[in-house]
Design a protein around this ligand. Sequence first.
Ligand code: BG6
Length: 525
Amino acid sequence: MRVSENDPALLDELLVCRLDSGRRNLEPCSIIIFGASGDLTARKLVPALYHLFLGRQMPMPFRIIGFARRAKTDEAWREELHEALTRFSRTRPIDEEVWRQFAANVHYCQGEFHELAAYTRLKHLLRGFGDPSLANNLLCYLATSPSQFGVVAERLSAAALIDKSGERGWQRLVIEKPFGADLASARQLNTELTRYAHETQLFRIDHYLGKETVQNLLMFRFSNSIFERLWNRDAIEHVQITVSEQHGVGSRGGYYEESGALRDMVQNHLLQVLALMAMEAPVSLEAEAIRDEKVKLLKAIRVWAPEQVLQQVVRGQYTAGTVAGKPRPAYRTEEKVAPESSVETYVALRVLIDNWRWSGVPFYLRTGKSLPAAASEVRVQFRPTPHVLFAAQCGPRLDANALTLRLQPDEGITLRFNGKVPGTSLQLRPVRMHFSYDAEFGAYTPEAYERLLLEAMSGDATLFIRRDEVEAAWTFVDAIREGWKGRTLENASFYEAGTWGPAAADALLARYGHTWRNPQAPATP
Ligand code: BG6
C-alpha cells in the first residue's frame, strides 16, 4: 500500500483503515496457550481474549485451548479463569452471560511440553471441533519459559500441527521476551525456531508496541507536517526517553538477577520506543516496510567500546527507601536476590545515532525500578533561539521549546513554549499546550495484549519484532555488558528507593550541559 505524500486526506483514511484492519475478516482459528497455568495467562491473555469477545472482535468460530502439565477438566480450568478474570479484568463487573458464551469455547489439554503423545491428544481435540479451520489455523502462544520454546516448536512440528508449507491453513508461534540473553543465544534461538517455522510465522511480542501511545508515535510523526519538519538535528538539541517504574522487583527476584534492567527493559522496550521515535518514514504501511526502517535505525546506533561504556552508561541499584509513602526494602534484601548482587535495577545511557538525520543529537535513555513515579515519556528538547532578544529583562537563557509525548499514564502530548506574562513589565514564562487522550477520546484504552492478540490472529506482524531487530538490539546491549564485565557496583551507583536514580545519572547529562526532566508523579499513588 503506497501513500502519497501530497494527499493528507488519503493518508488519514489509510491510517484509520489500518487501525481497524485487525477487526475485519478474521478467519476462524484455535488459540493454544502453552503454559496455561502461568501468571501471564491469568493476568493478561485470558482477560484480553475475553474483552475481544465482549467487543465482538474474536473470529467466529474460535477455540481456546490451555496446554499445561497438571491434569484438570475443561470445567476446572474454566473456573480458574473465571476467578482470574474477576481479579484482573479491566472492566467490572464481568458480564456473566458473555463469560458463559466465551467459556463454552475454552478447553484444556494436559501434557508435558516434551511429550509427543500430548500433542497427538491436542490434535484429536482440535479435529474433534469438526471445523477444518479450527484444526488448521493455529495461534500457538508460548507462555512458557524461553528454555521451552525450542522443544514446543519441535514437538508441534513433529506432530504435524505446524508446518512451513502454508498449504494447510496458517500456524503462528507467539513468543514473549527474553529472546535470548545475548546476541549468540538469540541467534541460536532464532535458528532453532526457524527450523520448524518460517520467520513470517514467528510473532515476537514486545508489549510496548501494543500500547496505543507507542503506536501513536508513528501516526503522530507521519501524519503531521509541522512536527516532522522539525524532527532532525537542525531543530532538536537532545531527546530524553524515560520509562520509570514505582514498583520494585517484588517476587521476580530470581528472573531479575539473570536479566537486570539493561536486558529486561533497554534491549526491548526502550530501544523499540527509540526506533519508532527516530526512524525514517517507511515507504508503505506494510509490516516489512516499517520493520525495515526500525532495523536501519537500530543498526545506526553507535555501539560503545568497552572503555566508553563507563562514560556513557550509568547503572544503579535501589537501597531501602520510601516509594509512594510506603517503605521499600533494598534490592539486595528482596526475595531470591543475592546479598552482594551487582545487578542493575536502573540504567541511564547516552545514545548516538550515526545517520544523516540525527548526527550529533544525543538520545538519553533511562529506566529504573523503585523510582518516585510510574511514568513513561519521550521528551524532545528543541534548540534554543539563536539570539535572546529579552536577555536584559529575562536573563541570558530562555527555556527552550519542548515536546513531551506521554506514553503512560495520563497519555497525551504537551508542547512547551514561552509566553508573555500579562502586565506592563516584560516577563516571559514557559506555558504548555496539552493534548490528553482521555479528554479527547474518552477513557477507553484497550490493553496492549488485546491489540497484539488481534494482530497475531489477523497475521499482521507490524507490532511484532523481527529477527534482525532482536539481533541489532543485542549487538548494542552486549557491548555495554562487555564494558561492565567483572566490575561490581560502585558506591555511587546506589540510589535510595523513591528517588530519581543515582547521582551519576545527573552527572552524565551535566557533562553535556543537559538535565533530566522528571515526569510528574501521579496525583494519587
Ligand atoms: C516487562 C518487564 O517487560 O515490562 C518488567 O519484564 C516491567 O520488569 C514491565 O515491569 C513494564 O511494563 P509496563 O507495561 O508496566 O510499563
